[in-house]
Design a protein around this ligand. Sequence first.
Ligand code: KIV
Ligand code: NA
Length: 263
Amino acid sequence: AKAVTIPALLAMRAAGEKIGMLTCYDASFAALMERCGVDVLLIGDSLGMVCSGYDSTLPVTVADVAYHTAAVARGSKNAMIVADLPFGSYGTPEQALASSVALMQAGAHMVKIEGGAWLAPTIRFLVERAVPVCAHIGLTPQFVHQLGGYKVQGKTEESAEGLKRDALALQEAGAAIVLLEAVPAALGKEVTAMLTVPTIGIGAGPDCSGQVLVMHDMLGVFPGRKARFVRNFMEGQTSVEGAVRAYVAAVKDGSFPAQEHCF
Ligand code: KIV
Ligand code: NA
């Protein structure tokens, strides 16, 4: 297998091959996911909820993400490894760089950062200093207390226009991937068509360049509420490996997400 790089993701987008991404927090799952053809492994700050049992992502620290990133890096060879900058770790460009250096030195190839156009200077600062960035917009869970819960974003014309402006500004600042969470499928399609970089959707419809899910959700082991955009890929399978292979196949052939998973 070949290493999944930024040019490789751009080539996949150009060829119309969907990008398959899952969250991953340890070496054993990293090896399994890579063997099953998952292109991108995300050490999400969701680890605070699914691994540590917190009720939001806010308590997660850079050291927490770095610990799990190092484990994933040891378990994988070719997948792209993206690590989340957690809450409070990117208040200034300088702080974002220090946090990113810790994650890259733990084995990440890219960092993911939550927020809109206001983050453009931070993203530019990172990219100029050799830190590739995935921008995360739409439902940004670190903003849960401002959003008033985990709600679909971009439903009004005004907020949809705002999201489109954010996506363009973040691409312009140098983001290599734009991740869209919980937005109407039509908006996911529009943003993907507007951009030249790949988009990754989670609850953003089938027209994004790729898809991501939290592994505990797609394996049906997270005890919390199941979001509309989640499909339990263990159903009909007899092994975790079978479920991950079914996820990759469904992303690649476009059958996931289906209408029932979309807003
Ligand atoms: O933390 C996470 O797992 C994420 C994905 C849901 C995109 O940010
Ligand atoms: Na996250």
